[in-house]
Design a binder for this molecule. Sequence first.
Ligand SMILES: C[S@@+](CC[C@H](N)C(=O)[O-])C[C@H]1O[C@@H](n2cnc3c(N)ncnc32)[C@H](O)[C@@H]1O
Length: 375
Amino acid sequence: MTLKRKSVPLGTPSPDSGQIKVGSLFAAIGGFCKAFQLAGASIAWANEKDQYATQTFRLNFPRVRHLHKPVEQVSVVADRLKPVDIMTAGFPCQPFSIAGRQLGFEDDRGLLFMHIIRLIREFGAQKPKVLLLENVKNLKTHDTGRTFELIQKEIQKVGYWLGESNAKILNTAHYTDIPQHRERLFMVALNCDFFSANTFQFPDRLPPGFTRSVRNFLDLHQKADDRYYFVPGSQYYSLFREAIDNGDKESVFQLRRSYVRENKTDTCFTLMANMGQGGHNQPVIRDRWGIRKLTPRECARLQGYTDDWFKIPEVISNSQIYKQLGNSVTVTLVERLAKNILQLLNQTQSASDPARCSPAQLHFRHLPRNGKVVL
Ligand SMILES: C[S@@+](CC[C@H](N)C(=O)[O-])C[C@H]1O[C@@H](n2cnc3c(N)ncnc32)[C@H](O)[C@@H]1O
């Protein structure tokens, strides 16, 4: 089965020739990049440190300048980074996630966020007009809201509007036609020198019934490779078989710790970065040939990486591909955000007298320093 992009109402692909330029930090396999290309922007550069994600990125974006190194080593001057209109950053979410240790800024990885701030400062007067940040949904409530407040204050300090209305949790299953339950926090910060008012609007939630059935995303007319099927008689096979026999045979199932759960809403569970390991967290279905995991190609479709453009590198292990897809944003969802951002940028004329953020927005507070980030 080949799943192509639906052209309406979420838009048609555009060539990478847009006037509006995007730079992508923590670019992984390019979910943000593809979404902005589809919305009509072009990608000036991307940065990612993981070698396998870089391989997938380069295969799919051969013409985009890609810096394969830790963000800590990226420099606007030394790397001759072109100023961009929009900078995206789905910064690592482990320190903030429920599954993680919840250390937030006390964890080194939390400090990666501060390199976004450092790079904005390095751009000086040519800093991006819009920042699009993404993270897990509980970033907003982590440490009773202090972590989010800290992020807000740091972004405001470098001259952006970032109020409550600029941060929203969006679920892929509610904002696209893709049936994946995936809630992520998106933050859209606007440069106060360019925008005289904080007017960004998130896309509207789609009406019920817009989402397609999971089975539209699966290859059900041909047998998958043997490695995706559980061997009859094995422990996992028995666990899934019992749950599937007692549930709806068309549902997606998932093994959590020691029990199998069924998604009864014709939706797939959140694709996770650790789903490539063993049978845990993997979405599982029954087809005519047995009980099996979703293939990487099926997972890709459920993240908006459609067959007409997305190439899966042959040289990378399946567990890496699953990890990359679980780490990604849903392209189709970000494409909707990208369109709203591009529309706002196109409408907005640079104010001759630079607008200023209100004093209430610029409430300064300093991050605890541990000497690891020099700003
Ligand atoms: C949640 S993923 C981002 C998803 C991505 N933004 C997209 O477009 O779909 C986070 C990425 O940050 C990368 N990363 C983690 N630490 C990094 C660092 N120090 N420098 C650069 N990239 C890093 C990880 O390898 C991972 O690919």
